[in-house]
Unconditional design. Structure first.
Length: 86
């Protein structure tokens, strides 16, 4: 009895290409953060109405991003901000 021989075929691996996405933050927004970080590192950074001293890097970054948002630069919405009722 003859056995059928199958020819092995090489299967191509599926490549997972990384999808390119648009920048979340504009370079101009990064400039606001850079300026705020320089103030923080030199001890001149202040926040809020009363001008309290900025005590952490995260606080300085948040202030820089908030300023960029107010100036209309491309920055995602703050996930912790309260949403306005219509």
């Amino acid at each position: 009895m003859a056995t059928a021989t199958r020819k092995k075929t090489a299967r191509k691996k599926k490549t997972t290409r990384k999808k390119t996405t648009a920048r979340k933050y504009s370079p101009a927004a990064g400039e606001y953060v850079r300026e705020e970080m320089e103030e923080f590192e030199s001890g001149r950074a202040r926040s809020g109405r009363n001008g309290g001293k900025v005590t952490s890097r995260q606080q300085a970054i948040a202030i820089g991003l908030a300023e960029a948002r107010r100036a209309g630069k491309k920055v995602p919405a703050n996930p912790n901000a309260r949403k306005k009722k219509r």
